[in-house]
Design a protein around this ligand. Sequence first.
Ligand code: EPU
Length: 319
Amino acid sequence: MTPGHLKSEIAPAAVEVLAAELARRLSSAAVVRASEPLAKRTTLRVGGPADVYAEPGCETDLSVTVRFAAERHLPLLVLGRGSNLLVRDGGWRGLVVCLAHPSFGLIELADGRANLRCGAGARLKAVANFAKNHSLGGLEFLEGIPGSVGGALRMNAGAMGSSIFDRVISVRFMDAGGAVGESGPGQLGVGYRHCAGLRDRIVLGAVLQGAPARREEIEERMSQYSRKRWSTQPAAPSAGCMFKNPGGIPAGRLIDELGLKGTRIGGARMSLEHGNFIVNEGNATARDICRLIELIRQRARSERGLELETEVEMVGSDE
Ligand code: EPU
C-alpha cells in the first residue's frame, strides 16, 4: 500500500474533485481534504502534501475509503502519529488515511480485566497510563514512544528492551478489499522492528496483555524509563531512531564511534545527544535528511562493512 517513489499523476483540479467525491461517500463524522500538508503531521516536520487526505469517522467509512482508493487506483498511505515517517518533499500522490477520529482511539479492559483492548488510533502514552491506572504492568515501556497503537504494531515498535508484540494477544485489521480479520502474533511474521503480516493491512486495534502489579511499582518503572529517555535522547524534532540496530553494535554507538555526531546537511543534523537520531534544526527539507542518511550509510559501509537499514519509513515522491 505504500510504494516508495510515485510519479505526479493527478492534476490539482482533479484532486479537488476526488476529495469531494470521497467526502460524499463518507459519514458526516469524516474529514476529507485536498492537497493537505503532511509536514505538520509528522514529528520530523518535513515533506510535501497528500493529494487527498481522509479521517474516516468509523470502520464503515474506512472500508469505503479503502475501496475508493482501489477503484481509483490511488496509492494508499496509512498515517499514524507520523513519528516514524519521512515524507519526501513532493508529498504523497494518492490518498492518505489517518485514524484520528476518537472512535478508533478507545482503550478498555478486556478478558476479566487482565488485558487491554485498544483501538489503532490510541496513543501509546495513553495506553501505558490506562494500564497503570488499572494496576496492569508490562506496558510501561510504551510510555515514551510517541506513536499510536496501529503504527507501533505495523513496525513492532519498542523501547527499554521490550517490543509491542511481546504483549500482543491478537490484532484486528482491515485488508486492501475493506474486509475485517483478526490474527494472533504467530500468524503475522513478527521480527525486530518488523511485521510482515501488517504491511498490506490496516490495523484496527489489538488486545494487549497486562500483568497485575502494584500501581506504585508501575509508576516507578515509568519514571525510570522517562528519566533514561530524557537524559539520552534529543528533544528537538526527529523521528526517533533513524536506523535499525544492525546486530553486534547499536547504530547510535556506531555513528558515535565513526565521529559522525553533529554532522549537518542543510537543516538536518546528527544529534549530539544520541548518534541514531537525525534532528530537524528548524529548516530541514526531506532531501537534506535523505542525503544525511546516505552519507551515514556510506561511512558505515566503507569503514565497518555494515549495512544500515532505516527504521523510519520513507514515503512519497521527491518533487
Ligand atoms: N550509545 C553511544 N553513543 C550514542 C548513543 C548510544 O555510545 O550516541 C550507546 C549507549 O551508551 C548504549 C548503546 O549505545 O550503550 C545503546 O544505546 P541506547 O540504550 O540509547 O539504545 P539504542 O539501541 O540506541 C534502542 C531503541 C530506541 C529506544 C532505546 C531505549 C532501536 C533502533 N532503538 O536504542 O528506540 O528508545 O533503545 O530503550 O532499537 C526508536 O525505535 O525510534 C527508538 C528511539
